[in-house]
Ligand binder design. Structure first.
Ligand code: G6P
Length: 364
């Protein structure tokens, strides 16, 4: 069926706004909301001892968020690698490893080749894909579908949050199967995930504030994104989104790594976007932001209202919804995407068809 933009100016804008539905639809595959249970489907996470995720681009960052969840919630060692490296470096893998390809299209050549290599080497395989009839869906033993619907914008948005939602739910299921999560904890985490679509919708209300921020960011030639924990991969995704559609150079950094190099770049012309949910590491991130502000860097702190103000001048705040830390990567994906979108609109680039990029890279 032909997909139309409807009331939206770009497919990317439409797809950003579809995320409450696409996440809801995807979560319903992996959660039993009525009974507060996570569903692993055919996968037995107690029968494996490692997860190896392979992916490219935005899907790689979704995989990294998944890694934090698999290790924290399920005590399951998890590696994530860019498929173009994985496939050529002869990685040492152990037989109890589940190889997972993460891909919107299910057709990316390097990811598919990595998956096939794992299968040929006797590993269990799963494909977390949005196109359920794709090559990866057919190649893998287990299909983990995302239900984002067709994604037209070259820069991935709703496919990314669907991947993250599925991985978070699967990590909860894995934690239960591996005896790391009891029924009460499972119910708490499932409830947190259940609230994600509503909080993603609430995050859309940041739009006007982000348009103002975008006006300033559009003048920059370099932008830094910072985060800790699952906000670190999301910071890299934010930088990728900005690069892809606005052509502004951006880097995502672990906030704690700032002082080991990138802080040398800080000046009054380099915006620093901090993803700072009120979690166990908020205070650490806040102190990194003070360091940046003290050096004259214009900081944009995306954090809930209840988060304390870091001391130091020049910190501009954008209020994000209050949320459980499990779903912060889903909720904070929205401001990251909207910021990139409005910077690109401001610059007048071709948002849905950025120069030099393809929606899916089926050749090397
Ligand atoms: C291309 C697209 C990206 C996407 C990547 C991986 O580079 O422009 O948006 O993240 O491929 O695509 P996949 O379909 O495997 O998720």
């Amino acid at each position: 069926a032909l997909v139309e933009k409807g009331e939206y100016r770009h497919f990317m804008e439409k797809e950003i706004h579809e995320q409450p539905d696409s996440v809801q639809h995807t979560l319903s595959e992996y959660l039993d909301f009525v009974n507060g249970k996570a569903k692993a489907g055919p996968t037995d996470f107690a029968a494996i001892d490692r997860v190896q995720i392979v992916a490219c681009g935005t899907a790689f960052y979704a995989g990294q968020i998944g890694r934090y969840a698999f290790e924290k919630l399920a005590g399951l060692p998890c590696d994530v690698e860019i498929a173009s490296e994985f496939r050529y470096r002869q990685p040492a893998l152990t037989p109890g490893t589940l190889a997972v390809a993460v891909s919107q299209s299910g057709e990316t050549a390097d990811t598919l080749a990595s998956l096939s290599w794992c299968k040929a080497n006797g590993l269990k395989t799963a494909a977390l894909v949005n196109v359920h009839s794709s090559s990866m869906a057919r190649e893998a033993e287990t299909l983990w579908p995302t239900h984002a619907g067709p994604e037209i914008g070259v820069a991935s948005t709703k496919a990314f949050t669907a991947q993250v939602a599925a991985l978070l739910a699967l990590a909860v299921a894995a934690g239960v199967q591996r005896g790391r999560i009891d029924a009460a904890k499972e119910a708490e985490l499932v409830k947190a995930l259940f609230e994600a679509p509503r909080l993603i919708a609430e995050a859309m209300l940041m739009e006007d504030a982000l348009k103002l921020v975008a006006h300033d960011v559009a003048k920059a030639t370099d932008v830094l994104f910072l985060g800790r924990g699952a906000m670190f991969p999301l910071a890299m995704e934010g930088a990728l989104k900005l690069k892809e559609i606005s052509y502004i150079h951006a880097e995502g950094y672990a906030a704690g790594e700032l002082k080991h190099g990138p802080i040398a770049l800080v000046d009054e012309l380099t915006p620093i976007v901090a993803l700072a949910p009120l979690d166990e590491v908020f205070e650490k991130t806040a102190s990194n932001l003070q360091e940046v502000a003290a050096r004259g860097g214009p900081v944009i702190m995306i954090a809930p209202k209840s988060a304390p103000d870091p001391h130091g001048a020049g910190i501009r705040r954008v209020d994000a919804p209050e949320c459980h830390s499990l779903i912060a990567p889903l909720v904070y994906a929205v401001p990251v995407q909207l910021l990139a979108y409005y910077v690109a609109v401001q610059k007048g680039t071709d948002v849905d068809q950025p120069r030099n990029l393809a929606k899916s890279v089926t050749v090397e």
